[in-house]
Design a protein around this ligand. Sequence first.
Ligand code: MN
Length: 230
Amino acid sequence: MGDVAFDSGSPQSLLDSLATHAQRVLGAGKTMLTLGGDHFVSLPLIRAHAEKFGELALIHFDSHTDSYDEGGPYDHGIMMREVDREGAVDPAHSVQVGIRTEYHRESHRFNVLDAAWCNERGPAEIAGRIKEIVAGRKAYLTLDIDCLDPAYAPGTGTPVIGGLSTDALLKVLRDLVSVEIVGMDLVEVAPPFDHAEITSLAAATLALELLYVLAARRSGGGIGPHTADR
Ligand SMILES: [Mn+2]
């Protein structure tokens, strides 16, 4: 569908343009995989998907919860707080995976599989927990590339050490074929900060894998271990 144009001096114009774009694509019965850019794009995207599909389960891969109280209305750290407040997602059936930065644990409403837990348990357990939490609901999947360790994704705005490997994340995604994912985005890739296109290659491969997962679900099949050369 190409890029979404907006006035770079007006953050609100991004919200408006992307909402209109998403409504048009979803209205045509299509499924979206949106590529960022700033994670803020998820806010209008999740709203548009909830408008069409009702309250969603959120599957959120990130090193940060993006549910912070500080930050103005146009900030890439507030989207999940907003979609929770608005009822676009059900926090009890939503999960944040790979988190390794501080958040208010007492008041936080989303389920969290932190990065240390993920790295100790491995992909099968991570995917198993995600499926338990989503529990058959329609899900929106958002993948912040900084969920990966900076060794696997240095080209991003706010890298945090101790993250997941590309191998682990690929295996988790492949294990989500049974989940009804109604929309997806992959964000926070920043090519100017990249080295040897490590991050771009990871993001492109993960994005392709998300399409395989969607196709496999729709064709009623599974995904084998060697999808990279398909
Ligand atoms: Mn994020």
